[in-house]
Design a protein around this ligand. Structure first.
Ligand SMILES: Nc1ncnc2c1ncn2[C@@H]1O[C@H](COP(=O)(O)OP(=O)(O)OP(=O)(O)O)[C@@H](O)[C@H]1O
Ligand SMILES: [Mg+2]
Length: 263
């Protein structure tokens, strides 16, 4: 029998509304400690909003968000700060500060949440940058000077800067070519193998969902329609779940065909 301590995150009866639009309607989801959980579902199904609610950037209209057993809505500011030290986030649009070079961007969580001095922060940021497979000179570049794949790696380097117990990644491979995407998959798995953080990944990338995630939750109709390992989801009966995966397979096949034409 699972107990509260087994979960990194518990979402209970989440409701989210924007005006008359209902995005989530009684959504329940529990993320186990140490697992890599994928969040899939059609565009607009509320994946990014749910992620923002998990990190307290947005309050659900109703329901509770529990992180490591603590209700986000009842935390004092020092408790909230303490919790933020324990997670790392990579936003859908990267979220790096355009005016800061990569090394300073990666060093930001360390400046905010540790007592390390400037030189130590610089060294640790360089280490994280190297860990993500970026070339040594990438640290001195501005985000605008990086390719899409490099930008994703830099954002990941910042998300893992503090060795978080919990990692949130919003579409870490969208817009990448297959080789760069495979590099990011490997990077996530390597990061996980080191300290076994719980990882929540929003993604439509079928290879990532199959190869990286322990379980995948499919969002739709305001809730989690299915939650299981991909092998089981691939045989799922729910028509929306079936339609979602067959659409993704079709999109991937046509992207591959277009690559063939371009080659
Ligand atoms: N701050 C906001 N104000 C009003 N509506 C919002 C806001 N944020 C999100 N929405 C709406 O909520 C719905 C869910 O948005 P969300 O970004 O979570 O989708 P998603 O599942 O991440 O989609 P995608 O796969 O395209 O990234 C969308 O209809 C969006 O327009
Ligand atoms: Mg999104």
């Amino acid at each position: 029998m699972a107990t509260a301590g087994d979960f990194a995150i518990e979402l209970q009866q989440i409701g989210t509304r924007f005006g008359s639009q209902v995005v989530h309607d009684g959504l329940d989801l529990a993320v186990r400690r140490g697992e890599i959980l994928g969040l899939a579902g059609g565009s607009g199904s509320g994946k990014s909003v749910l992620l923002r609610e998990m990190i307290g950037l947005q309050r659900p209209t109703t329901g509770r968000v529990m992180i490591f057993g603590a209700d986000l809505a009842t935390l004092t500011p020092p408790q909230a700060l303490e919790l933020r030290r324990r997670w790392g986030v990579m936003f859908q649009r990267g979220g790096l500060f355009g005016a800061l070079n990569v090394r300073r961007n990666v060093g930001l969580p360390l400046r905010e949440h540790s007592d390390l001095g400037g030189a130590q922060i610089g060294r640790l940021a360089e280490f994280r940058i190297a860990q993500t497979g970026l070339p040594p000179d990438a640290g001195l570049k501005l985000p605008d000077e990086l390719s899409g794949g490099m930008l994703k790696r830099a954002a990941l380097a910042r998300a893992i800067a503090l060795s978080p117990e919990l990692l949130f990644l919003d579409e870490p491979t969208s817009g990448l070519d297959p080789a760069s995407a495979a590099g990011v998959h490997e990077l996530i798995l390597r990061t996980h193998a080191l300290t076994r953080p719980s990882i929540v990944i929003v993604s439509h990338d079928l290879d990532l969902l199959w190869q990286v995630c322990d379980r995948v939750a499919v969002l739709g109709e305001g809730r989690v329609l299915a939650l299981d390992a991909m092998a089981a989801l691939a045989r799922h009966e729910h028509p929306t779940v079936r339609a979602y995966f067959s659409d993704q397979r079709r999109a991937r096949a046509s992207a591959a065909a277009l690559d063939g034409v371009a080659a």
